[in-house]
Design a protein around this ligand. Structure first.
Ligand code: UDX
Length: 458
């Protein structure tokens, strides 16, 4: 099939590359011309394991191409994915200006051939109908065609449109986005018509109707637009709540002398609970959970419903960062004038994404308290981090960050941090305190090196 992907961010690029890999002809479009040029040269805008190789192979096979021309994409593709960003506004509601602009422009370029317009951007419940309206508006707004006789632009009559809107939320995690796209737990399709549903079944046939007998079909959930949109929010809100829940349990564990790791392991053996997303720590960050939980609260409010549980989910997450500061204050007393080393800036390992990263929030609080903060991350650069926190010092060596530091705080569980020689860590660190904000170090080993171990909920 011929597929257009509008917006080559995380979701768009990964989706486009994976669809090309299974045999579709994919046109990835972005209005950032410089980005498109870099993609054509094989330079990825994000760090994502396996993506660069996949894109290169797809480009070499002729199934993936990049363009900054929306007209080209709408002209050639029978399925058009909208995969642009929907960041949070200060009040928590999502900023839909990019979706609005794309939907209108798609409408301006549509002709009378049938198209399926797929919303993959995370948009509030009810946005499917709104996108339809914008596409129709776009088609009605005059398109200045090539200048006619005498240089006067010719206004074309709007074509009779044949299109359906589909909601097809993504559930991919940064750091394993390619793997997740090839191995999803389910594919969700909210469709307005049977025709659109059939197009989507064909598009995803590699997953939902595999030809190889050894591949199990991925469950396909076909539903209405609003339910599909809600599934995405409900899934992320549930996962975020699960983490906030275990963090709350961790905070009680600390006070009663229990170990949250053992508690999480044991409750996770209950199949109804499950063992994933029960790691207590400094809380969740990233581009999805904070934005989506806030957006759901905002949707509730819009419809006169107060989301008290989700507000608590957000509040627990917010205070979880402050607990790191409290732990340092308890151990070091006065923080003003101290040097604190931070290991890990990304919101989680195997990504260079620092959006809503707990590490940067902790660094900001420490700087505000008069500390000097020296950080290390295996892939986040000083330039990247300093855009958000200008006074943060970033070193390319994890061990160098320890020199002159009164305490070490581990904020991202990069595997290499658990592998350092703790005797060396102990020798370099001026102070004795190690706050393990991700419970990823071995407590006994840290203590064995003569350091004070402070974990989360243990
Ligand atoms: C998430 C969802 O998992 C994905 O399905 C959705 O499409 C996008 O949002 P992502 O943001 O990439 O993916 O990261 P994820 O691995 O889910 O982690 C989110 C945050 O939760 C990270 O900050 C992580 O450190 C934290 N986390 C995760 C915990 O604190 N404890 C856990 O047990 C799991």
């Amino acid at each position: 099939m011929k597929v257009g992907v509008i917006g080559t961010g995380y979701v768009g690029l990964v989706t486009g590359a994976c669809l090309a890999r299974v045999g579709h002809q994919v046109f990835c479009m972005d209005n950032d011309t410089a980005k498109v040029e870099r993609l054509k040269q094989g330079i990825m805008p994000i760090y994502e394991p396996g993506l660069e190789e996949l894109v290169q192979q797809d480009v070499d096979s002729g199934l993936l191409s990049f363009t900054d021309s929306l007209a080209t994409v709408v002209q050639h593709a029978e399925v058009l994915f909208i995969t642009v960003g929907t960041p949070s506004r200060p009040d928590g509601s999502p900023d839909l200006s990019a979706v609005r602009a794309v939907a209108r422009s798609v409408g301006q370029h549509l002709d009378s051939r049938y198209r399926v317009i797929v919303n993959k951007s995370t948009v509030p419940v009810g946005s499917g109908n709104w996108v339809r309206m914008l596409v129709e508006d776009g088609a009605r707004s005059p398109v200045a065609a090539a200048a006619g006789d005498g240089g006067v632009a010719v206004l074309q009559a709007p074509p009779e449109l044949h299109f359906d809107i589909v909601s097809n939320p993504e559930f991919l995690r940064e750091g394993s986005a390619v793997w997740d796209t090839f191995n999803p737990d389910r594919i969700v399709i909210g469709a307005e018509s049977e025709r659109a549903e059939q197009v989507m079944r064909e598009l995803y046939s590699y997953w939902v109707a595999p030809e190889e007998p050894d591949r199990t079909p991925v469950p396909l959930v076909v539903t209405d637009l609003a339910s599909a949109e809600m599934i995405k929010y409900a899934a992320n809100a549930f996962l975020a709540t699960k983490i906030s829940f275990i963090n709350e349990i961790a905070n009680i564990c600390e006070r009663v002398g229990a170990d949250v790791s053992r508690v999480a392991q044991a409750i996770g053996l209950d199949k109804r609970i499950g063992n994933q997303f029960l790691n207590a720590g400094a809380g969740w960050g990233g581009s999805c959970f904070p934005k989506d939980v806030s957006a759901l609260v905002s949707t509730g409010q819009e419809y006169g419903y107060e989301c008290s549980l989700l507000r608590a989910t957000l509040a627990v997450n917010d205070t979880q960062r402050k607990r790191i500061i409290e732990k340092l204050q308890r151990e070091l007393r006065i923080l003003k004038g101290r040097t604190i080393a931070i290991w890990g800036l990304a919101f989680k390992p195997h990504t260079d994404d620092i959006r809503s990263a707990p590490a940067l929030e902790v660094a900001t609080q420490l700087l505000n308290l008069g500390c000097r903060v020296v950080a290390h991350d295996p892939i986040v650069t000083a330039a990247q981090a300093q855009v958000q926190v200008p006074d943060l010092q970033v070193t390319p060596s994890a061990l160098a960050a320890l020199e002159q530091a009164d305490a070490l705080v581990v904020m991202t569980e990069w595997p290499e941090y658990a592998q350092f020689d703790l005797a060396e860590v102990s020798r370099l660190l001026r102070g004795r305190v190690v706050v393990d904000g991700r419970n990823c170090l071995k407590r006994e080993a840290v203590q064995g090196a003569g350091l004070v171990y402070v974990g989360i909920g243990r």
